[in-house]
Design a protein around this ligand. Sequence first.
Ligand code: SAH
Length: 216
Amino acid sequence: MDLVTGDVLRRRMVEEQIRRRGIRDARVLSAMETVPRHLFLPKELRQRAYADEPLPIGEGQTISQPYIVAEMTAALRLSGTERVLEIGTGSGYQTAILARLCREVVTIERFESLSADARALLTTMDARNVTFVVGDGSLGSPGHAPFDRILSAAASPSVPAPWISQLSECGIIVLPVGGRYEQELTRVTRIGDRTETEAFGACRFVPLVGTHGFQR
Ligand code: SAH
């Protein structure tokens, strides 16, 4: 796919799949118009990069549908100053979007190969505010905490306790919560010692495999 075609398809993706479905956060829309999503896919799937669907990225994992990326990112309410923990680097697409919208991203992936590919690609895009970690993201990243925001692209039966303890006051966590095959997009907002939980739609994500997620 050449750059001009990518631009046109991306603008159409944002208009038809994202803005039309109600996402109005201008910074999120602009990031999604800018990041070349096709480069995050295996070559043979690049022509489908701007379609309204999730796609396989290797290791049995998937890149989320564009709308879901936009919806979860908007739910984080980023102003640009935040430190964000991302669980499930995968292709690095969501990481690239976050890197444009906040101060610093720490991103954790359990598959070394996915993390290495994402790191190489993001380096070519000059994303300097991203730290890549390989390991069990259900434990968070105690050495980098506290975080203003936590975003997980892997589904968990409940909100992992370490994430709440690594969240700053007034922090926000967005993740899919539920069973292995069906979940609810969920936003947890910390207000001092209290947390508020809102569900905002059904979804289907790959499982968070780890100590505070699913066992395998
Ligand atoms: N945001 C990614 C989506 C990847 S799918 C993208 O834009 O491409 C979710 C990812 O979470 C998968 O790559 C999976 O390997 C990873 N994952 C699952 N459990 C994990 C865990 N405990 N720690 C870190 N990563 C995990």
